[in-house]
Design a protein around this ligand. Structure first.
Ligand code: EPU
Length: 417
């Protein structure tokens, strides 16, 4: 199993290009199921979750070609299998995103129930409730969601909870439904808007993406398009926190500040100076790092996917921070590992109290999920001495070439087998 070795203490300085967003690319890849024509996707990040999704789509009979820039062309002329097997769904929950489009296009879909995962229970009841409201017959049998519908029917759906992939699944399904579907209490996340824009360029009629209410007028068929995936706001945020916590200065290219308002506000509150243009962000940290309280919530509030990274920043900041996690019930597993590096953190239910200490010490730590892994890398970068991170495969699911990019910024980081 691969490990990362980091020698901490170097302020990160320099320029880095941000990759395409994993959480936008995954649903956009699934949108290829909605048409027999070719969907060409640009700015796809080269990540484990993306290759797993491509493998799943190939297994369903989609013809996938990838050029040297990792631009992906997918043609779903015919679907040879309507099953997303357990072996794939258990390694990547986003596989649930094939359910809506496969059902809408082929009239049937059999997708393994994802089950719980490290960060929480993560049920998919809202995906199922929405598809049933659109007329699908759904049975849960032998751990699989088995859905059937000759043609989905547009309807009014009020989601009980704001769910990102739930909104995306139902929005994709509704593009080929008979009549108009209204999704109320929809997720506002920029990745939902990116998917909607891709679907619109394939001929879908979608209004209101990015707001509470999304209206989708079903069409008979969708067509070929070329679409460029948006920048990864969580990779952007992770690099910004790395620079702030290490006391450095970085310039991020091919990204967008307007996707990260809540995160940039917290970085400014912590003492950073930030400038930005249309497709770049610059962060300089020459003040004393101050702790910042935060509470995760659906977009545009502070993202749960940035909570672990800010816990690291707070662990060496002046003062005490209160972090409240409201999205997932078990997303503080990194706290235990950070404490082994000398951080002073008390966790009680969904709240973590972080008392800033002078510095962290390098240690052997273990990654437990994607963003927890990122936080351990950040901790290693600011700690004194050597940090060895085990189970880095979690990191490879969501960060493209992370050690190469960090090395460009002066980090002393290497991967070993
Ligand atoms: N939920 C339900 N029922 C449902 C769906 C969700 O109760 O049918 C609950 C979940 O258990 C959770 C909350 O609703 O407590 C929000 O979950 P959501 O469905 O929004 O999460 P997701 O769609 O499974 C996406 C991202 C996550 C990100 C969350 C929240 C993708 C592929 N994944 O997950 O990304 O944390 O939204 O923003 O888009 C990551 O990249 O590390 C990651 C975990």
């Amino acid at each position: 199993m691969q490990k990362l070795i980091i020698y901490g203490g170097t302020p990160l300085t320099g320029e880095v290009q941000i990759s395409g967003a994993k959480n936008a690319a995954l649903p956009i890849l699934c949108a290829s199921l909605l048409t027999g024509e070719t969907l060409k996707i640009e700015n796809v990040p080269h990540l484990k979750d993306i290759t797993t999704m491509i493998k799943l789509l190939r297994q369903m009979g989609i013809n996938v070609s990838i050029d040297k820039e990792f631009e992906v062309s997918l043609t779903a002329a015919q679907l040879s299998s309507l099953v997303a097997p357990y072996e794939m769904v258990k390694t990547m929950r986003a596989a649930i995103l094939v359910l809506g489009p496969m059902l809408a296009r082929a009239g049937e879909a059999k997708v393994s129930l994802p089950g719980g995962c490290a960060i929480g229970l993560r049920p998919v009841d809202q995906h199922i409730k929405g598809l049933r409201a659109m007329g699908a017959e759904i049975e849960i049998e032998h751990g699989y969601i088995h859905a059937k519908a000759n043609r989905l029917i547009g309807t009014h759906i009020v989601m009980d909870i704001v769910t990102v992939t739930g909104t995306e699944n139902l929005m994709m399904a509704a593009t080929l439904a008979d009549g108009v579907t209204v999704l109320e209490n929809a997720a506002h996340e920029p990745e939902v808007i990116d998917l909607a824009n891709c679907l619109i360029s394939m001929g879908a009629k979608i209004y209101g993406a990015g707001s509470d209410v999304i209206t989708i007028e079903g069409v008979k068929s969708l067509h070929s398009t070329t679409y460029q995936v948006m920048a990864d706001r969580i990779e952007t945020g992770t690099f910004l926190v790395a620079a702030a916590a290490s006391g450095g200065e970085i310039h991020l290219k091919k990204t967008r500040a307007d996707l990260l308002d809540s995160v940039l506000d917290k970085l400014i509150e912590s003492g950073a100076t930030i400038q930005s243009g249309e497709d770049w962000i610059n962060l300089r940290m020459n003040n004393k790092l101050k702790s910042v309280n935060l509470r995760t919530s659906p977009y545009p509030a502070f993202p749960t996917d940035m909570q672990a990274q800010f816990m690291v920043l707070n662990s060496i900041a002046e003062g005490t921070a209160i972090i409240t996690e409201t999205i997932f019930e078990n997303r503080f597993m990194h706290a235990q590992e950070l404490k082994r590096m000398g951080a002073c953190i008390e966790v009680e239910g969904n709240t973590a109290v972080v008392h800033g200490v002078k510095n962290l010490d390098g240690a052997n730590v273990m990654a437990t999920d994607l963003r927890a892994s990122a936080s351990l890398v950040l901790a290693g970068l600011i700690a004194q001495g050597e940090t060895i991170i085990d189970r880095v495969y979690h990191l490879d699911r969501g960060y493209e070439q992370i050690e190469t990019k960090l090395s460009w910024l002066g980090a002393k980081i290497k991967r070993i087998n």
